[in-house]
Design a protein around this ligand. Structure first.
Ligand code: GLA
Length: 384
């Protein structure tokens, strides 16, 4: 945290009062299960966003992105209007959602420094929201439980920016554990347990470099289909509240009630929930290749059932199946472009990354961003 403290002081002429720090996240398995109250295996990564803050007089807030040398100013009287494309929306959105809870934030100077790749599918926006939340927590003594902070971030996405995402990103950024995966239940919003990563394997992220314009509307459509499928089953099975309560057998039993598209969306979510538990069992017993096969199966289900992949992601997964050293790979996060994750033997990692990158470039003409991930700890804060 020392670098951001020094740079803050150099720019604003005074030291910050508090610094919040929050990591990006990787969704390992459990795709689009969070808003269906299901299960996800995820991890925080060692790439972080830091937010340094100093309360000031008046009602104007000054923000500085140290990495991109980008400055934004806004008034606390004008936080309810997101400015299209501005990163300050995540900050203003948090202030607005705290106001809704009756918590007032006074003016401040803030500086951000991040190593989380932007728009890559590692939740740079959740890392920004949570680093700011944790800086506020210490600077203004705001006492909310960690899950409530995660909800504040989720509401910024859902209500302030209109993306109907689940709690996964903010939750993983807060509850992630160093060197371990977390298995989370998104009905009770709790970490059920941690799961050891195989020590001789590495998680490699390969970015397809594709970002579709319609991601938000496609995401929201998927959510609507899942909710419609659950509602149709619930009409005959009152114990069903969401797809979390639906088994494969039940899905087949009520298949005729759903449109073919709703059925396929539900198949993906129900299958992912089942794969998550199977994965934990395989990881507990060191059965890495079988765990890897579940990652490939998850990707196949994204292609066939959820339709949230794209040709570039599919090609990355096809390469993963042909280059030695990879136990499994799949798209990770919302989909429709973005990143894939690859579980690769450490001893083969250099060769794997080189061949993946070359193969992808030859086929698509795109240079994939490739990141070797280490699993980091969850969000922290420090009052100076
Ligand atoms: C995005 C959302 C999450 C989750 C994943 C898909 O990352 O922000 O809430 O739904 O997609 O699993």
């Amino acid at each position: 945290m020392n670098e951001i403290i020094e740079k803050f002081a150099a720019h604003f002429g005074k030291a910050p009062l508090a610094v919040g720090k929050a990591p990006g996240r990787l969704e390992i398995l459990g795709n689009h299960t969070d808003y269906n109250e299901g299960f996800v295996l995820s991890a925080a990564v060692s790439q972080n966003t830091e937010f340094a803050i100093l309360p000031v007089e008046g009602n104007r807030c000054r923000l500085l992105d140290l990495k991109r040398d980008n400055k934004v100013e806004f008034s606390l009287d004008d936080i309810e209007n997101p400015v299209p494309g501005s990163w300050a929306n995540y900050i203003k959105g948090v202030i607005s959602r705290l106001a809704k809870r009756g918590i007032a934030v006074s003016a401040f100077d803030g500086a951000v420094m991040s190593t989380v790749p932007i728009s890559a599918g590692m939740s740079s926006s959740a890392a920004l929201e949570i680093s700011f939340c944790y800086a506020l927590k210490d600077a203004f003594g705001i006492d909310l439980p960690p899950t409530e902070w995660a909800r504040v971030g989720q509401e910024v996405e859902n209500e302030y920016l209109g993306l109907k995402s689940g709690l996964l990103d903010q939750f993983s950024s807060i509850f992630g554990r160093e060197h371990e995966l977390i298995l989370s239940d998104f009905r009770s919003n709790e970490v059920m347990r941690t799961v050891k990563m195989p020590s001789d394997y590495l998680l490699i992220v390969a970015n397809s470099m594709i970002k579709h314009n319609l991601v938000d509307s496609e995401y929201n459509n998927r959510r609507r289909d899942c909710e419609a499928a659950a509602a149709k089953i619930a009409a005959s099975e009152p114990s069903v509240k969401t797809l979390r309560d639906v088994s494969t057998a039940m899905l087949e039993q009520y298949r005729e009630l759903m449109t073919p598209r709703e059925y396929r969306r539900a198949c993906h979510v129900v299958g992912e929930n089942e794969r998550v538990f199977q994965a934990v069992e395989y990881l507990d017993h060191g059965r890495i290749n079988e765990f890897g096969q579940l990652l490939f199966e998850s990707h196949r289900s994204s292609i066939e059932n959820f339709e949230n992949s794209c040709p570039e992601l599919d090609y990355l997964i096809e390469l993963a199946q042909s280059i030695p050293g990879c136990a499994g790979a799949r798209l990770s996060g919302g989909g429709f472009g973005g990143i894939s994750i690859h579980l690769v033997e450490k001893s083969n990692a250099d060769d794997y990354c080189r061949r993946l990158s070359t193969g992808f470039k030859i086929r698509t003409g795109l240079e994939p961003e490739i990141i070797r991930c280490t699993i980091g700890a969850g969000a922290t804060s420090r009052k100076l």
